[in-house]
Design a binder for this molecule. Structure first.
Ligand SMILES: *[C@@H]1O[C@H](CO)[C@@H](O)[C@H](O)[C@H]1NC(C)=O
Ligand SMILES: *[C@@H]1O[C@H](CO)[C@@H](O)[C@H](O)[C@H]1NC(C)=O
Ligand SMILES: *[C@@H]1O[C@H](CO)[C@@H](O)[C@H](O)[C@H]1NC(C)=O
Ligand SMILES: *[C@@H]1O[C@H](CO)[C@@H](O)[C@H](O)[C@H]1NC(C)=O
Ligand SMILES: *[C@@H]1O[C@H](CO)[C@@H](O)[C@H](O)[C@H]1NC(C)=O
Ligand SMILES: *[C@@H]1O[C@H](CO)[C@@H](O)[C@H](O)[C@H]1NC(C)=O
Ligand SMILES: *[C@@H]1O[C@H](CO)[C@@H](O)[C@H](O)[C@H]1NC(C)=O
Length: 406
């Protein structure tokens, strides 16, 4: 009789104890488990709004020694736009699935105040060996712009833009620096084209090489009207944190959400702007350029400036309905666990904004690779390696607990 009472009293104690142990588990078992993009339904980013995104891609330019080489500048403007890409890296699907190398020029007069012919050349986008004294990578991606005497005098420039114009909200980060002579702009931005200036949607980081080397400009475009009046609220000028200047490697980050654009350097917020936040699906673009206008200034002949990038880390939501490649379809299906009889239901839940399997690119111990934060669909996906692994410690704790009761 006494024995029975004891056992009954133990049951609630056991279940509450077990609950306590299981809920403490993520802390007790240390950092979250490294996983794959395809295993993640959503990626949460560590801004104040904790925004969620369904896509993630990491572009690593740090170890591309087989593609490294600085091409000589092409000095004839006529041969610049039509130049070939500088290495096989730029024809690999790793690159072409997401990026295009720009070859347009401003001969049609895109900016009123431009005073020099500018030609974007694929020849100015290349992988370069890192020759720093204490290099933090073997290689990086370079975007080059240079003034050439001609005739005709012109500015050769560089641009890469996303193939997709379907980025609608994102968190993009790059480890980058800007070096070189005054008279150029380097930039990272989202862009939605319109023939009407007032309807352009764009949020940009711009570094002007003629500025003091700790000043950056963050703008939700347009920053001026057709009449040439400034729109002051569009721009915030910021200072690099921690006494850095933009010639030093730093992580530049943009978080674009429905209400705000926020910009960070090395994890510190340096600007945020809710004025003219882009609303519609856009491209992601990076460039290095000059057109002799007021904003960029003029470069001296033969001078050059460079945007150099070790890696790009992007998590985003897409408005694209047709994935570009079959591979994408497969990884999307993987991310949705879209198999078996429950497949369509789970897929619909994801579309409705239920992020069942949530990962982080911020909490990771291996840059570019996500970690699993939580998996609400764990019971349904118990056969998967990631959920299996995460249940091993729970099973071990449970076993230890049961043993300790004996
Ligand atoms: C570039 O092409 C134009 C048009 O064909 C030609 O008039 C001009 O001479 C060329 N310039 C150079 C530097 O070759
Ligand atoms: C500039 O672009 C136009 C239109 O694409 C093209 O016809 C022209 O040849 C280009 N000029 C140069 C110098 O690249
Ligand atoms: C930002 O800097 C630019 C260039 O120096 C200047 O023209 C502009 O007035 C500044 N804007 C603000 C809001 O401080
Ligand atoms: C935006 O920046 C201002 C000024 O630095 C700061 O006070 C504010 O907290 C920021 N807002 C958000 C939402 O981060
Ligand atoms: C750049 O140089 C050109 C002449 O080469 C000149 O017309 C233009 O005004 C200069 N731009 C600036 C901002 O000084
Ligand atoms: C991105 O899409 C997911 C899934 O639909 C949704 O839950 C999330 O709120 C979206 N993120 C933003 C910033 O709108
Ligand atoms: C957010 O994560 C980044 C790394 O992606 C880190 O540099 C930053 O310090 C983190 N910020 C907070 C507030 O945890």
């Amino acid at each position: 009789m006494m024995e029975l009472v004891m056992q009954k009293a133990r049951l609630p104690a056991l279940s509450s104890c077990l609950f306590f142990l299981l809920s403490a588990l993520p802390l007790a078992s240390g950092s979250p488990t490294l996983t794959e993009d395809s295993k993640c339904g959503c990626f949460v980013v560590n801004d104040t709004e904790a925004s969620y995104f369904t896509k993630h891609k990491f572009f690593d330019f740090r170890g591309l020694t087989q593609y490294a080489g600085v091409p000589a500048t092409i000095t004839n403007p006529n041969d610049s736009g039509t130049a070939a890409v500088t290495s096989q890296y730029f024809t690999s699907t790793e690159w072409t699935d997401t990026w295009m190398v720009g070859n347009w020029n401003n001969s049609a007069g895109v900016r009123k105040d431009s005073s020099v012919l500018m030609v974007n050349s694929p020849n100015n986008v290349y992988i370069e060996a890192n020759g720093d004294r204490n290099p933090t990578s073997q290689t990086f991606l370079t975007l080059r712009t240079q003034r050439l005497p001609g005739p005709p005098e012109f500015q050769t420039a560089a641009e890469i833009e996303s193939v997709s114009g379907g980025f609608r909200y994102l968190s993009v980060r790059m480890l980058a620096r800007t070096i070189g002579s005054p008279g150029a702009i380097t930039a990272l931005f989202t862009y939605r084209h319109s023939d009407k200036l007032a309807e352009v949607q764009e949020t940009d980081l711009e570094i002007r090489t003629k500025d003091p080397r700790n000043i950056l400009h963050y703008t939700n475009q347009p920053s001026y009207t057709e009449d040439g009046d400034d729109i002051a609220e569009a721009t915030q000028n910021a200072t690099m944190p921690d006494g850095l200047d933009w010639t030093a490697w730093a992580v530049h980050r943009l978080d674009w959400t429905p209400t705000t654009t926020k910009w960070y350097i090395d994890g510190q917020q340096v600007a945020n702007n809710s004025f003219q936040t882009p609303r519609d699906a856009s491209k992601v673009i990076l460039n290095a350029w000059s057109d002799g206008g007021e904003w960029s200034g003029n470069m001296t002949n033969f001078d050059a400036a460079y945007l150099q990038i070790q890696w790009l880390d992007i998590t985003w939501n897409t408005t694209d309905t047709k994935p570009a490649a079959k591979r994408d379809v497969e990884s999307e299906l993987g991310a949705r666990h879209d198999v078996g009889p429950h497949g369509p239901l789970l897929a619909r839940a994801t579309e409705q904004g239920t992020c069942k399997t949530v990962c982080s690119i911020d909490e990771t111990t291996n840059l570019g690779q996500p970690v699993m934060l939580w998996n609400n669909g764990a019971m349904r996906t118990a056969g998967e390696r990631s959920s299996f692994v995460s249940w091993i410690p729970s099973a071990a704790v449970f076993a230890l607990f049961v043993l300790s009761l004996r």
